[in-house]
Design a binder for this molecule. Structure first.
Ligand SMILES: [Zn+2]
Length: 280
């Protein structure tokens, strides 16, 4: 695989009872960072994997019924999550940005998309269609905030990219979609969380095999211990059977290759371990 630079950086967070996100979890609220992948391609510039939270989330969830979204998952979006402040804090030159890879269209993954509206967006056709087809109330129920997604999106669909074999490091995931056509970023379907939910496989500059797992789980320990969220959560957002099949594949991948970094979008412990913090 063509190697890319990679950083995994939080942009805002929310709080939600742990029990809704992992079976046997606590009823106490846990904090879930919204992590953004900053991927530096050696020639084409910087691609973001999702956008995390953004002040646009607050604007989009001010009216009803969208305000229910904010009540369900109270958010922390400090001034450091303001777009240009966040870029500056992490040494990202706005002119170096080349596009966004969207795992799925839940509001906490695309809230900042209007900042990137002038650049191409790689995403699942199935995900964008689901967002566009739902009525306003249904969108809120499904976790979508249509206002955050520009109408005129320069969308490049995963489904249309050439299918390629994945290196054995990612087994039992065997194929994905080569979204840039040079073997650097391979989108991998991870069905179940919601329609059009995909992850991203690549190899970092340091030679680390990475699978960004988006919301296939909320916690890395869900993969290790094969502990899915309760059915009430997976049935509300997506499809429980597909979700659990994906979790089984992730579990097998983690057993198959202990060095594979599987990074869920909201797991602070997995992110810290990846960065080498907490002795991980
Ligand atoms: Zn989600």
């Amino acid at each position: 695989m063509r190697r890319v630079g990679f950083r995994w950086i939080a942009r805002g967070s929310c709080r939600h009872p742990e029990a809704m996100t992992i079976s046997g979890g606590s009823l106490c609220p846990a904090t879930f960072p919204a992590l953004v992948g900053v991927i530096a391609h050696p020639e084409r510039g910087i691609f973001l994997f999702d956008t995390g939270y953004d002040p646009a989330f607050l604007a989009a969830t001010r009216p009803f019924p969208e305000r229910l979204y904010r009540w369900t998952t109270p958010v922390q979006i400090g001034p450091q999550a303001e777009w240009r402040a966040w870029l500056a804090a992490h040494g990202i030159a706005e002119g170096d940005l080349a596009g966004t890879v969207v795992s799925h269209f839940h509001g906490d993954h695309v809230a900042g998309l209007r900042n990137l509206a002038h650049l191409p967006v790689w995403c699942a056709r199935a995900g964008l269609e689901d967002l566009r087809q739902a009525g306003r109330f249904m969108r809120v129920r499904k976790g979508y905030l249509a206002h955050c997604v520009p109408d005129a999106l320069d969308a490049r669909f995963f489904e249309d990219a050439p299918e390629v074999a994945l290196p054995s490091a990612f087994a039992p995931f065997t194929v994905g979609r080569d979204i840039l056509g040079d073997g650097s970023l391979i989108a991998v379907p991870l069905p179940g969380h919601c329609p059009g939910h995909w992850g991203l496989a690549f190899q970092s500059e340091e030679g680390r095999d990475v699978l960004l797992a988006a919301d296939a789980v909320w916690f890395g320990k869900s993969i290790e211990e094969r502990r899915p969220p309760p059915r009430i959560t997976t049935a509300l957002l997506g499809d429980t059977r597909g979700y659990r099949a994906t979790l089984n594949l992730l579990h097998r991948a983690s057993l198959n290759n202990r060095d594979l970094a599987i990074l869920p979008s909201h797991c602070a412990a997995s992110a810290a371990a990846f960065r080498g913090e907490n002795g991980g």
